[in-house]
Design a protein around this ligand. Sequence first.
Ligand code: ATP
Ligand code: MG
Length: 400
Amino acid sequence: MSSNEIILAKYGEIALKGLNKKTFEDILMKNIRRRLKMKGSYEVSRAQSTIYIEPKDENADMDEAMDVMKKVFGIAALCRAKACEKSFDAISKLAKEYLADELMGVRTFKVTAKRADKAFPMKSPEICAELGYVLLEAFPHLEVDVHNPEVTVTVEIRDTHAYIHGESIKGAGGLPVGCGGKALLLLSGGIDSPVAGYRMARRGVHISAIHYVSPPYTSDRAQMKVEALCQRMTDYCGNIAFFCVPFTEIQEEIKRNCPEEYFTIIMRRIMMRIAQKIAEQDGAAALITGESIGQVASQTMEGITCTDAVCKIPVLRPLIGLDKTEIIESARLIDTFDISTLPYEDCCTVFTPRHPKVRPRPQDVEAAENRFDFTPLIEKAVAETEMKVFRIGGQVNIED
Ligand code: ATP
Ligand code: MG
């Protein structure tokens, strides 16, 4: 592949932002540069709501660069394109060569032209008509279909070059990570919470993660699994600060002091209290969980009411109205499903009550919780929390 192939990326929703557009664009450009840096030398520039990614090194792997770009939030569509000199002959020659494989595989096409450089001697309709004719001659099996073509051949006449490309593929959509503030994700080893984090990152929220471990009831391997999930999430979410909270003593005291039917709900309230303290230290303005109504006893309306009663910052629950099948679909898409379904123990499954209260009342939960003063243990757990950062391009291996 010769070196003048580039990637063109079109923004989605950012294009609709008025005065804030430049801030959004700057964050997007920074995110793209940061990810591509791992993959070689690229020049990233923008003009007219399009981002140009040009390899600066002969050996740049464009397949790899496309894979990276497909996971950058804020990009609605992207394609590979080739540049040529701004003459109709050069454009015709390049279109025939560069798009040969793509055009051989379809029956219908059309040409569109965008002429940013108004000094170019042919107008857009003329470019479309002439290039359409050239392609029909070169690929006699083709027909023009202006309404519903299988491939749209696009010619863009810009400042220095003309660019040619075929069909675009869908980008990751959403808004660039970092333009929507920061939130702390309660990340378990299950299927749901990684999807919840992905959903919020897709709305531009920068994610940190918190995980509660209860050794020896939960194993090192269970923690490794969550770290592997966190690492996998960086593909979409960018770098993630990961907080690991020692939770054993708290769970043991819940078991020793509180009525069994309230174990889970009290545990969840204490998780929330700890998460809020970590969020404050980390500059996160909200919490995120993978809860969805009705999934388990603590995820009833009443259960959520009791959990939220101890939260002073918003708890975002992007999966609240989704079915498990929809959540699994997302988990497969973002490649976390395989890790999430490895066997593991979560602290939630330690001391699970045989008959949890499905409709707990806040005053009863409070009374049950007040049988023991958890404050010193909460302070201790926060103080003993360990932090590490998972970075784009890093690796975590889970040994068997
Ligand atoms: P998941 O698939 O995300 O584990 P779940 O359906 O198993 O969700 P629960 O176990 O009730 O539901 O947990 C609800 C939410 O609480 C999770 O989505 C996650 O946000 C949080 N959570 C549960 N366990 C932990 C943990 N050990 N560390 C951090 N967060 C947790
Ligand atoms: Mg779980």
